[in-house]
Design a protein around this ligand. Structure first.
Ligand SMILES: Nc1ncnc2c1ncn2[C@@H]1O[C@H](COP(=O)(O)OP(=O)(O)OP(=O)(O)O)[C@@H](O)[C@H]1O
Ligand SMILES: [Mg+2]
Length: 258
């Protein structure tokens, strides 16, 4: 690797898997992402928190190119996001995404949900794709549900299937946008445990969540957003014990004393 002198926020450095530089995004008059500079190293777990409407989901969707950006660059493993077509489909599968709503294909079985992307995008042979799907379903604890349809599963089970489906594509990074906030309380932990395990195994993860216990135990870094900006970022210990900005202090007092 060549020795290039770069400042942390100006360009991707070796080991950065995801790099956003000067990213701006508007929805009409609303400036929803404002000069976002953010790099995520290989194997790093970053938890993104912030008030409603601060741009967390838009940030995730931009990284997966479900949203276009107005200016700036986003690279995944050193490559800029492609505009469209086959390249974009491949990029999307490099970036696994799990949403608040489970987004499984309702008319496909659990097994088919986890097999489909492998055969269509990765061009893996059906038999091999099914073997891998079953192994992943076992890993997230829903192996016995393989032949059911999503509606026959609990929310926690569906969300674990959604994680297995994303993992089936061998993603380089996993994005989670409030994966547990639509779940009944008793199902939250079974999903967080799967995520915690993934983090331990070294998966690069960007996680939007209000689960501060998860942030404390699994995150390498907390990124706090407000009004479309990254207001501060720190280790979970530093952030929770000593938030610097008034916005973060205010936010934490609301969620921690709720
Ligand atoms: N497709 C859209 N068209 C117009 N405005 C949008 C669109 N998507 C999001 N917004 C607005 O952009 C802002 C940021 O939204 P975003 O969903 O990224 O926030 P968030 O931080 O994820 O909030 P929450 O915690 O409620 O999920 C909000 O004001 C939202 O209303
Ligand atoms: Mg959101």
């Amino acid at each position: 690797m060549s020795e290039v002198s770069v400042t942390k926020d100006a360009a991707p450095v070796a080991g950065d898997l995801v790099a956003l530089t000067g990213v701006n995004k508007h929805f009409g008059a609303l400036h929803v992402l404002q000069d976002i500079d953010l790099t995520i190293a290989r194997g790093e777990v970053v938890v993104v928190i912030g008030p409603s409407g601060s741009g967390k989901s838009t940030l995730c969707r931009a990284i997966n190119r479900l949203e276009t950006i107005d200016s700036g660059t986003i690279t995944i493993d050193g490559k800029p996001l492609p505009q469209e077509g086959k390249e974009l489909a491949r990029l999307r599968s490099d970036v696994g995404m799990v949403f608040q709503s489970f987004n499984l294909f309702a008319h496909k079985t659990v097994l088919e949900n986890v097999t489909l992307g492998q055969t269509k995008v990765r061009k893996i042979e059906r038999k091999a794709a099914e073997t891998k799907a079953r192994a992943l379903l076992d890993r997230v604890g829903v192996g016995t549900q393989a032949d059911k349809y999503p509606a026959q599963l609990s929310g926690g089970q569906q969300q674990r299937v959604a994680i297995a489906r994303a993992l089936a594509m061998d993603p380089k990074v996993m994005l989670f946008d409030e994966p547990t906030s639509a779940l009944d309380p008793e199902m939250i932990n079974e999903v967080l445990e799967v995520m915690q395990q993934l983090a331990l195994e070294g998966m690069t993860m960007i996680v939007v969540t209000h689960e501060m216990g998860f942030a404390r135990s699994a995150a390498n870094r907390v990124v706090f957003m407000a009004d479309g900006r990254i207001v501060e970022q720190a280790t979970p210990d530093q952030f929770f014990s000593n938030p610097r900005s008034d916005r973060a202090k205010d936010f934490l007092s609301k969620i921690l004393h709720h």
